[in-house]
Design a protein around this ligand. Structure first.
Ligand code: GLC
Length: 788
């Protein structure tokens, strides 16, 4: 295709490789991250996903071997050959990933598509044909993950997915190749070795993972450049660190954002919102956030509210605030096309909308009727948009929900040739479609940041790679179907493996009617989602925790309480994630990569390193098998100990979601509160599972960015068993935040003790649930528990 290498030139980290008519580049961003670039449609444009300079000095050696160029870093040997075929090897010579050189050929398909089409069957006979395409050999042992928000199972091998943000409310099934988000990042695990491929091309793209043919997989796009990053592990954790080094990590949210959220399309008056708020407090079901969906607006005009149903807006918000609630309002991108509507007029006057091929603001239809679309690819528009939120923040609104930002268009697809400003280098809709929601979330985040000074809470439906820097996400319009409860696990795990660690599905399901058993199981699972939000569609039956009778209400209360108990643990994980890129909700192989049994577990996951959750995902299921990897595990409910690796059977009456804790864990807990901030937490509970282990707990003000200037505390807890003693060391390793815990309440599981000693003083203890419980001052350095 491009022929043989005709020459090359090395410039620091970058090697230009000439092929007669075209020159490619191979650039070492770090010793483990390599950018592969071929200018198929012009020179490299700034990435929407990667911000700032990421290159570091790399020791690069380049030599020619026969027809190949061999480029080496400390970690990799990259062999580049004729036709710009690129292979990645370890320094020891092991092949990690190589381009496919065989014949391209689809699996045999027989018969007539016209005939089956007659009956309405969908015909899928897609083969390649993309302008940009990379074929990689299927060596045979690949498991594929990532790719953002996808239906189906954890492992993507054998399937095809498309990246083209799509608002498709039909019940999502395995045959949906595209949904609301485009995250062209593929994580491959080959037995013990992992690598990532980030295809930073925003056009409509395809990932075919052995569906076309068992000999290769490919990714390609309809247009743009061949531009991808190879990210070496060998651990999955290192691949994720590399990917989030490029595209950014999820910043630590405000603590309340990890609480329980209640939403509805739509609570349509202050009276109804107030009823819901009061019910939460009366029923003592914790809840931090209430949402106002589109009905709060005046005729679906963004940045307005209905003056009757939501009269005296700031007073309505203030009333909820006084009860401990945060209010999040929806803001869609479509601006109603209506002369005299200030937002529309302002945008028109300033030339802020995307335009059709004749240079006129492009019009389509969404909730308000005819709308125009702000051009978020223009820095001025992002700034304008961000500042528009002042109207809402001044009323006390605490967060913003960005929806319909694929962007949705009820009157058919937006034509490819609609134009965007793209910060001065004009681009078409074909190029900008997939980054529209990303740029909207970025504008919203930056606006909220300057307006409030606090860590912004933004939730978005559409995304591109890197959106994690600006927003949490939910997975759009799912259904109250058991199938969608089941799918939530691999979907969120793969989002986490695509950098989007702060994510959730609509708990209870959005479309169709939920039922009590389904809600109970979804709340049990949702208690471990990074984003825990119950939401449902207009005209479906009520779906609040109390809507299905006393038994289900009690189960919801129990698991929402559990969420609030685990809050400090979840917050610690988000803090860790900002540094490492690791998600909160993790597939088991993230921690147990050497154990192949974990590679295709679709129905259980880890929360951090300590908790293993095995939810019930089927109607009527009263018992389930749980895989426990190597080590000792404690049943959270019964205290029973199990040694992994192996399967255990757990009885699962409706009130039980199986949870296992790794022995040696020290879990920080908070007492249950109706909402974050209801009472100050002066005492941290330590739920301790005897064994060897240590844990770092993080504490800050829970809302500002002061932690970035060092205003936080770190506590390191280390436990070990020596003879008949369990010894716990407590250390404060950072002390930048003025408030500290005055005491610790220890709950030591599964031991019989004869004495407890803290820094040389005897401590009284109580026996509780097959273990012991006692309180020590916050300044304690060492605890020794003598066991029977
Ligand atoms: C879309 C959203 C849904 C929202 C509705 C009305 O369907 O996905 O969450 O409730 O629009 O705004």
């Amino acid at each position: 295709m491009y022929g043989k290498i005709t020459g090359y030139h090395v410039d620091n980290n970058k090697v230009r490789i000439d092929y007669g008519r075209i020159s490619a580049t191979v650039e070492a961003i770090t010793p483990a991250i390599i950018n592969i670039f071929l200018p198929l449609s012009g020179s490299k444009k700034p990435s929407h996903a990667i911000e700032g300079e990421k290159g570091v000095p790399v020791d690069l050696a380049v030599k020619q071997e026969a027809d190949e160029l061999v480029i080496t870093t400390d970690q990799l040997a990259i062999r580049v050959g004729a036709d710009f075929k690129v292979d990645f090897h370890t320094r020891a010579g092991q092949v990690i990933c190589r381009d496919y050189r065989g014949k391209r050929e689809a699996f045999v398909r027989r018969g007539k598509t016209s005939l089956i089409g007659e009956e309405g069957h969908q015909v899928v006979a897609h083969i390649g044909g993309n302008r940009v395409e990379v074929l990689k050999e299927l060596i045979g042992d690949e498991y594929f993950y990532g790719l953002g928000e996808t239906t189906g199972h954890l492992n993507k091998r054998g399937y095809q997915y498309q990246m083209w943000n799509t608002d498709d409310p039909s019940p999502h099934t395995e045959s949906h190749e595209k949904l609301y988000k485009s995250i062209p990042f593929l994580l491959t695990l080959r037995k013990k070795l992992a690598y990532g491929l980030f295809f930073d091309n925003s056009y409509h793209s395809f990932f075919n993972l052995g569906k076309e043919n068992g000999g290769y997989f490919y990714y390609g796009a309809k247009d743009g450049n061949l531009n991808y990053y190879f990210i070496y592990g060998p651990s999955v954790q290192q691949v994720l660190a590399g990917y989030t080094y490029l595209t950014g990590t999820t910043p630590l949210p405000q603590l309340w954002a990890l609480g329980y959220h209640q939403s509805r399309h739509s609570y349509d008056s202050w009276q109804r919102v107030q009823e819901v708020a009061t019910a939460f407090r009366e029923k003592k079901i914790p809840c931090d956030v209430l949402y106002l969906d589109i009905e709060y607006m005046d005729g679906y005009r963004i940045f307005t509210w209905d003056r009757e149903r939501f009269a005296d807006f700031s007073a309505g918000v203030a009333k909820l605030q006084a009860m401990g609630f945060k209010v999040v309002t929806i803001i869609d991108p479509g601006v109603k096309k209506e002369k005299g509507y200030p937002v529309y007029d302002e945008g028109l006057k300033n030339d802020y909308y995307i335009k059709d091929k004749d240079g006129i603001p492009y019009v389509n239809r969404v909730w308000p009727g005819e709308v125009v679309y702000p051009d978020f690819s223009n820095a001025k528009v992002r700034e304008w948009w961000g500042q528009k939120h002042r109207l809402l923040t001044e009323q006390g609104v605490a967060g913003i929900w960005n929806d319909m930002n694929e962007p949705a268009s009820f009157d058919g697809p937006i034509p490819d040739d609609v134009t965007f400003n793209n910060d001065g280098s004009p681009a078409t809709h074909a190029e900008m479609h997939n980054v529209y929601g990303h740029l909207m979330a970025k504008a919203t985040y930056n606006g909220l940041k300057t307006l409030t000074g606090k860590r912004p809470f933004v939730i978005t439906r559409a995304c591109y790679a890197g959106t994690q820097k600006y927003s949490t996400v939910w997975t759009g319009d799912n259904c109250s179907h058991w199938e969608h409860l089941r799918m939530a696990v691999p979907m969120l795990l793969n989002l986490g493996l695509s950098g989007i660690s702060f994510c959730g599905t609509d708990v209870g399901g959005f479309s169709f009617d939920c039922n009590g058993e389904l809600l109970a199981r979804w709340v049990q699972l949702g208690a471990f989602f990074p984003l825990f939000r119950n939401h449902s569609n207009m005209y479906t039956r009520d779906q609040e925790p109390w809507a299905f009778g006393a038994e289900v209400e009690e189960i919801c209360r129990q698991y929402i309480n559990l969420r609030y108990t685990f809050l400090p643990y979840l917050y610690d994980l988000m803090w860790e994630g900002e540094k490492t890129g690791l998600p909160l909700m993790r597939p088991l192989f993230l921690s147990y990569q050497d154990d192949e049994e974990t590679y295709e577990l679709n129905d259980q996951f880890m929360v951090g390193d300590c908790l293993l959750v095995a939810p019930v995902l089927q109607q009527g299921q009263r018992c389930r098998a749980v895989y426990l990897p190597a080590g000792e595990w404690v049943d959270y409910w019964s205290g029973e100990r199990h040694r992994g690796p192996g399967y255990v059977l757990k009885k699962t009456p409706l009130s039980v979601c199986p949870i296992y804790v790794k022995a040696g864990s020290i879990l920080p807990n908070f007492p249950v509160r109706n909402y974050v901030g209801e009472r100050e937490i002066a005492e941290l509970i330590l739920d301790l599972y005897p064994g060897e282990g240590s844990y770092t707990h993080y504490q800050d003000d829970g809302e500002t960015f002061n932690y970035r200037a060092g205003e936080y505390n770190l506590y390191r807890f280390t436990q070990r068993l020596t003879g008949d003693k369990l010894v716990l060391d407590l250390e404060k390793t950072a002390a930048g935040y003025e408030r500290s815990y005055q005491s610790f309440l220890l709950k030591v599981r599964g031991i019989a003790a004869t004495a407890v000693n803290a820094d040389g003083h005897e401590v009284a203890f109580a026996k509780e649930d097959g273990g012991i419980m006692f309180r020590i001052p916050g300044t304690t350095k060492r605890v020794e528990i003598r066991m029977e």
